[in-house]
Design a protein around this ligand. Structure first.
Ligand code: GLN
Length: 453
């Protein structure tokens, strides 16, 4: 643990951690050492983990990378981080992210952008790590943690995993408890993990998954033993390739991954199944209506009374609300609250929110039909490799288009992993997504493990 902190200090310029938890980490490490010496080892004893700064951690500042929570120290522990601690893990600190997990580059953080560590190694000093869990992906890529927690509402684990050349997985919606995770779009948000390899990811998921009475959308009655699945024999695999998605206007990076995906499918002896998802292209706009609507409601609680930042010397309660929110939220968060409030308002609800919900159902159904004939689906994780800081930050629509391959998966609540399989012409990593049907997490991991070999 102290070696990891030495590395963290040496790499401050990458801006990966918002808060370091040196004291509690040292204590956790000491307790793990004691258990190990007494032969009472727990599954993650002493394993140093980085946690995205939208998981509430008792006694450790939790900001969601927002000014409005700059000094918020929770009095409670999220279920997922509690499970890590119960398994003996050491939490090194809290990682940088897009403000309230809204973004695809970690540039919207109040604490400034994170630098992509793979880029710096290749001589590009200014590439984004992806987002919104950019700090967590970068922490694993730069060896500033052995594994990390992220959250994925529309790609925030998989896209930064692709940009930083690590493995990242979001399990099926409901596999992990959302309790104590700062909400963005509650019907889409899911906890997940980063690791250096598929097995690390499976081991971490074993620990964090499971039903929680504090989150009614967490799913009961399932035995989550992801790492055990890796060793199991695999029958003849069928891998779906969605023809309309391949035909979408594409980039050279995405084309490279599509080609590689076909080669990999043949290499692992799978049958390639062509499937049809004609509505896939409507998933992105539907997602940005639904996620923003839910966000506008979830973020109503930051009013200067209950949490964190409060505007100075308010004239009255409305002035307090208005100025707290005006001064506390960043530009992207405000944009999303405005758009979300608009699409939920009387007169527009039917035209936008309700229509988006219908599209969501259609997309989820097309996935369901595709998985009637296939075990998993292959797709690029993102249309490009890591881009330079500032490349899309002035054009929100351009930034949203980065998510074209990831958000449809969240609309369906499906499990998906991203693992590095290719490189862009400049040498930066490119990820492949392996997607499964709901609760097909074990198959996703198993296929990912054979792709990795
Ligand atoms: N980039 C997407 C968004 O901005 C997804 C973010 C996420 O998964 N948290 O909404």
């Amino acid at each position: 643990v102290s070696e990891y902190f030495d590395e963290i200090t040496k790499n401050k310029h990458l801006n990966i951690y918002i808060t370091e938890a040196r004291d509690s980490a040292a204590q956790q490490a000491k307790e793990a050492d004691e258990r190990i010496s007494k032969n009472q080892r727990k599954p993650l004893d002493g394993i140093p983990i980085a946690v995205k700064d939208n998981y509430c951690t008792r006694g450790i500042r939790t900001t969601a990378a927002s000014r409005i929570l700059e000094n918020f120290v929770p009095t409670y522990e999220s279920t997922v981080t509690q499970k890590l601690l119960d398994a003996g893990a050491v939490i090194l600190g809290k990682t940088n992210m897009d403000e309230f997990a809204m973004g695809s580059s970690t540039e919207s953080s109040y604490f400034g952008p994170t630098i992509n560590p793979v880029g710096t190694k290749l001589g590009f000093g200014n590439l984004v790590p992806g987002g919104s869990s950019g700090g967590s992906a970068a922490a694993v890529a730069a060896n500033l943690a052995a594994g990390a927690l992220g959250t994925d509402t529309g790609g925030s684990i998989r896209q930064p995993a692709s940009f930083c050349g690590v493995v990242g997985m979001k399990p099926t919606y409901g596999a992990c408890s959302r309790w104590g995770i700062i909400a963005y779009g509650s019907s889409l948000d899911q906890a997940g993990v980063f690791g250096k390899c598929v097995e690390d990811v499976a081991i971490l998921l074993d620990v964090i998954a499971g039903e929680d009475p504090k989150d009614t959308t967490s799913v009961d009655g399932r035995a989550y033993a992801f790492s055990q699945a890796l060793g199991k024999e695999q029958r003849k695999l069928r891998i779906a390739f969605p023809k309309e998605v391949i035909a979408l206007e594409s980039t050279s990076d995405a084309d490279k991954v599509w080609d590689k995906a076909q080669k990999i499918a043949r290499r692992i002896g799978a049958e390639i199944v062509e499937v049809s998802m004609p509505s896939f292209k409507y998933a992105l706009p539907a997602y940005y209506i639904i996620a923003l609507s839910e966000a506008s409601s979830n973020l109503a609680r930051y009013d200067g009374v209950r949490y964190g930042f409060r505007a100075k010397a308010p004239n009255d309660i409305n002035d307090l609300y208005e100025r707290t929110r005006a001064e506390g939220f960043g530009r992207e968060v405000k944009r999303r609250i405005l758009l979300g409030t608009f699409s939920l308002s009387a007169g527009y609800y039917d035209a936008y929110y309700l229509k988006a919900q219908k599209v969501r159902n259609i997309v989820a159904n097309e996935f369901r039909m595709a998985f009637e004939n296939a075990d998993v689906m292959f797709m690029p994780t993102a249309p490009s490799s890591a881009f330079p800081i500032g490349a899309h930050s002035t054009n929100p629509v351009e930034m949203y288009l980065e998510d074209v391959y990831t958000v449809p998966i969240n609309l369906g609540g499906l499990p998906a992993i991203s693992l590095p399989v290719e490189t862009s012409t400049n040498g930066m990593p490119l990820g492949l997504q392996v997607i499964g049907p709901q609760f097909g997490d074990e198959n996703v991991l198993r296929v990912a493990a054979s792709v990795e070999k």
